[in-house]
Design a protein around this ligand. Structure first.
Ligand SMILES: [Zn+2]
Length: 314
């Protein structure tokens, strides 16, 4: 199904005559320096520069599935993150920690991020079920029917990062520090086919400057399916944009080696005439090329229905 809405919004030019753009936003779940270093070494060798998110603080009193992940409280991990920055990767935000944190801690996390890395994060993605997630759960959607569907899964007040008065509110801080926030994730290699106004502004979500969509590569299997050669050809032929949503800390590296399929597919991708830059660099470029930025009602409706169908109902 072709969901293109406004052809005129599609920027056809990428720097250096590239035919398409590709990047990754890596949610930091399960990541430690040792289990993601090999994949970042590979990406660096292939000149594919992407965005890796971090948590600033450890998950105190958490024994959940993410408790083994490293954070900026760990000296060895900070060294690894600084090496990535030196190599040209972008570092983004994935909330203050793996567990819910109040406004005060989120503010401390933003300042600590800057103190340790020398800049504030420009890009953010909500993590899992953290209470301070912005416009998450039911509030991710506008349309009443879809909100009703989401209520079967979440209470309306489950996520309150965008609600003033909540101890988890940090919407104003997000607007001040963060330029781009991830929203919907689709089973599609070329985001222009589902979100031609990428990155877009949503006037009903005042605390986010710009939203971006992503392509679903959450697990090794999904990542490898997404980057299958037929999809790579499609992306190049359509002069498209691909921002993969993934978790490199979750099984992409075993015994110090990158998954064979992932490695082969990334090598193939790197031989194509693509523009491989971090998420913020790519989104800045798309914004500079475009006139409109506000998502039309029709585009939003299609995105919301497509996302609910692909991710919730299925
Ligand atoms: Zn996460």
């Amino acid at each position: 199904m072709d969901l293109r809405i406004r052809e005129s919004d599609i920027p056809m030019n990428f720097p250096n005559g590239a035919q398409f753009a590709f990047t990754v936003f890596d949610d930091t779940d399960y990541a430690k320096a040792e289990n993601v270093r090999p994949i970042y070494d590979l990406l660096f060798d292939l000149k594919i520069l992407t965005t890796k998110s971090v948590w600033v603080f450890n998950g105190k009193n958490t024994n959940g599935p993410f408790s083994g992940s490293q954070t900026l409280e760990d000296g060895e991990y900070i060294k690894f993150i600084r090496l990535l920055i030196k190599r040209g990767f972008e570092i983004g935000f994935h909330n203050a920690s793996m567990a819910s944190r109040t406004r005060e801690t989120t503010l401390r996390a933003l300042h600590k991020f800057n103190e340790l890395l020398g800049f504030y994060p420009r890009v953010h993605a909500n993590h899992c079920d953290n209470r301070e997630n912005l416009y998450w759960g039911v509030d991710r959607l506008h349309f009443p029917l879809l909100r009703f569907v989401m209520r079967m899964r979440w209470r309306p007040d489950a996520f309150t990062g965008h609600r003033r008065g909540s101890p988890y509110f940090w919407g104003d801080l997000c607007k001040e520090y963060i330029t781009y926030v991830r929203n919907f994730v689709f089973n599609e290699i070329n985001l222009y086919n589902v979100n031609p106004t990428l990155p877009y502004y949503d006037p009903k979500k005042e605390y986010v400057q710009w939203w971006f969509s992503s392509c679903d590569g959450a697990t090794v299997e999904k990542f490898n399916r997404l980057l299958a050669l037929a999809n790579q050809e499609k992306l190049e032929k359509e002069k498209g944009v691909c921002i993969v949503y993934t978790h490199f800390g979750d099984g992409f590296v075993k015994n110090g080696k990158v998954n064979d399929g992932t490695k082969k597919l990334l090598i193939e991708l790197s031989k194509r005439n693509g523009w491989f830059v971090p998420v913020s660099t790519l989104l800045d470029h798309l914004r500079e090329q475009r006139i409109a930025g506000e998502c039309t009602l029709l585009e939003r409706l299609r995105m919301e229905f497509t996302w609910v169908f692909q991710n919730i109902l299925k």
